[in-house]
Design a protein around this ligand. Structure first.
Ligand code: HEC
Length: 150
């Protein structure tokens, strides 16, 4: 009896462990988890930007970027407070020379251009991300980035 209860608890723990790992490793943009997956791109663009949906989409970035205040840098710098700021401002992250010299300011337009096609904005910078195709996805993700501030 005791043994089987222990077994069940262990099993639940393993499920949690693998469930959590699966979520963390998944980087498909959260299609299944997105709150309003049934709307077309046009319908989503006609509606107001949705930062909560953007947070789900941030799973594509979270492999390399933290979003919390005071978080450690990963392969890329933490993105807390980056919205609206000039590029390459954090003293404790080693940016590429290309990004430091870029003169880019992270406005909605710059983020949209860059998220669509990272290499088009700053040729030679170090961020290897293929780009986010869907304009409504980019808009919602940028709305989420805009919330990462005081
Ligand atoms: C494969 C790792 C990787 C992924 C995935 C990635 N990034 Fe990056 N990102 C980087 C690196 C590395 C840099 C620094 C580039 C440099 O110094 O040239 C960077 C830089 C940035 C910057 C500039 C930061 C600053 O301080 O100027 C922004 C903004 C950014 N990334 C946003 C995103 C977003 C949004 C996503 C998801 C759509 C994303 N990144 C996905 C690695 C990544």
């Amino acid at each position: 009896m005791v043994k089987s209860a222990f077994f069940r608890a262990g099993h639940a723990f393993l499920l949690l462990l693998f469930g959590g790992f699966g979520l963390g490793a998944c980087s498909n943009g959260g299609d299944a988890a997105a709150p309003i997956p049934s709307l077309s791109t046009e319908e989503r663009l006609a509606a107001p930007a949705d930062p909560a949906r953007g947070q789900v989409l941030f799973s594509e970035c979270a492999v390399c970027h933290e979003a919390q205040k005071g978080a450690r840098h990963r392969l890329g710098p933490t993105l807390w407070g980056v919205y609206g700021q000039p590029a390459a401002q954090l003293a404790d992250f080693r940016y590429s020379g290309a990004l430091r010299r870029s003169g880019v300011v992270w406005t909605d337009e710059a983020l949209d251009t860059y998220l669509k096609s990272p290499q088009s904005l700053v040729p030679g910078w170090r961020m290897s991300y293929p780009g986010m195709e869907n304009p409504a996805d980019r808009r919602d993700l940028i709305a989420f980035l805009a919330t990462l501030d005081e």
